[in-house]
Structure formats: C-alpha cells, structure tokens
Ligand binder design. Structure first.
Ligand code: FPP
Length: 239
C-alpha cells in the first residue's frame, strides 16, 4: 500500500491507493450493438479506454495494473473476431511504445502466448525489453490467459524441477511471479463473475462490479471505485 498526495489525480485529498488493480474489461460488444455498430468497433473503442485508464493509473501512482485482454476461452469466438483482436493487439502494442516510455510504464504479459503468431510474440518481447527499465506503473496484459491454465503450468514446472509444492513454490512459477497479489479487482458491464481471472492472486482482493460498459469507463469512475476501496476494511482472514 502507498499513500499519495498527487495534484494530477481527480481525487480530492490524500488517498490510500491499492498497489495492484486488475480489471476484467467487459462490454465492448454490447457498447457497439447499442450504437448499431459491428462488435469490432466496440473493441476499437475499448482500446482507447485501455490507453486512458493506463496513463491515468501511471499518473496517480498505482504500481501494477493487470488488464484481461484475451482469455483462453476467447478462441471460441468467431474466427474473424479473433483475427481482428490479434491485429488490434499488434497495432496497439506498436503504437503504444512511446506512451509507455513517456509515462515510465513497464509493459509485461501474462498467459500462454505460444499460441500467438511469431510476429505478435516478437512484438510482445520487444516492447517488454524496451520498457523493462521503466519504474512507474507496470501494465500487465493478460493474453491467452486463464487462471486454471496458469496454475497448472506453474505446478508442472515445479514438478519438472522436483520441487515440493508449497504456496511459495507456486507463487514462484506463476506468470505473475514479478507482481504482488491483487488488491482490487474491477469488472465492467454488469456481469458478476470472475471468469478464470487471477484466481490465486486475488485470494484476498476486494471486488468491484460496475454496470458501465468498458468503452464508457472513465478516470472519474475509477476514482469513485478507488475512493470506495479505501473505505473497505481488509482483514486478510484476521479479526
Ligand atoms: C470483452 O468485451 C472484451 C474482450 C474480449 C477483451 C478486451 C479487449 C479489448 C479492450 C480490446 C483489445 C485490447 C487491447 C489491449 C488491444 P466483449 O466482446 O465480451 O463484450 P460483450 O460481453 O458486450 O459481448
């Protein structure tokens, strides 16, 4: 946990911020449908929100922001939509390098990206390398990510190395080994479920569900949620 007094924030006073915020970005398709547009237009608009929320988190001093961008189950979507999302991701990453560097943002990916094209894998590696020195926010994109898959891969790695399965060993082999546990999980679009997202890392997270569709999600709403977070009493199993 850290304290902030940051004039750049929309928050009025000194605030206790969560260290690690994770967001299930949902509702792009419905946003587009409401406007008579193709689902892909919703994803394009969703990218703008990814950019604004990421730079805002960097400005107010949040240290880790994990965004659920493509799940292990998203391959079941129509082929054209999957292809569109892959291209959009490529375009986003290539365009984003300057924004990352200007805002001191380190970029990291979690998930099993072996299934992605070699081109996309090398773009991801390149941006991770070029931003590895950044010390502000770490933006973590969850790509071909599923918590059950991640935990299974972690346990298998530990077994291959003949290590005893303990909480520490699993933490060490999870894709998120470099990040602290999640303090706050937000899901947009009114769905109240976790959808295989950071199940291990959110053992003691606070949850916040909003009806706002992801393309409509703003810094102002995030501030409201952060303000709500500070009022929750976190006991981590104690009394
Ligand atoms: C859910 O909307 C959204 C996703 C499939 C993942 C989020 C993707 C983006 C924000 C765009 C790509 C991101 C990057 C970083 C390039 P949905 O399609 O499930 O919406 P619906 O539930 O209304 O159909």
């Amino acid at each position: 946990m850290s304290f902030m007094t940051n004039s750049q924030s929309l928050l009025p006073t000194t605030y206790q911020l969560p260290t690690h915020v994770a967001i299930i970005m949902d509702g792009n398709g419905r946003w587009a449908k409401e406007r008579g547009l193709k689902r892909t237009a919703g994803h394009e608009e969703g990218v703008k929100t990814v950019r604004s929320i990421t730079t805002y988190c960097a400005k107010i001093g949040i240290k880790y922001l994990t965004l659920y961008a493509f799940s292990t189950e998203n391959w079941n979507r129509p082929k054209l939509e999957v292809e569109f999302l892959m291209k959009l991701l490529e375009k986003y990453l290539i365009n984003e390098l300057n924004t990352y560097l200007q805002n001191n943002i380190r970029f990291k990916v979690i998930g099993n990206i072996c299934k992605f094209s070699t081109k996309l894998q090398s773009i991801i590696k390149d941006i991770e390398d070029k931003t590895s020195h950044c010390k502000g926010l770490t933006q973590i994109l969850a790509l071909n990510y599923g918590s059950q898959d991640e935990i299974t891969r972690a346990v298998n790695r530990a077994l291959v190395n003949e290590e005893e399965i303990t909480i520490d060993t699993i933490n060490k082999y999870l894709d998120t080994y470099f990040a602290p546990n999640v303090d706050l999980v937000i899901r947009t679009s009114g769905e109240i479920r976790i959808s295989n997202f950071l199940l291990w890392q959110s053992a003691y997270s606070e949850y916040f569900f909003t009806k706002t569709l992801w393309p409509d999600f703003t810094e102002f709403e995030l501030d409201d949620i952060l303000s709500d977070f500070t009022k929750r009493e976190r006991r981590f199993g104690g009394i």
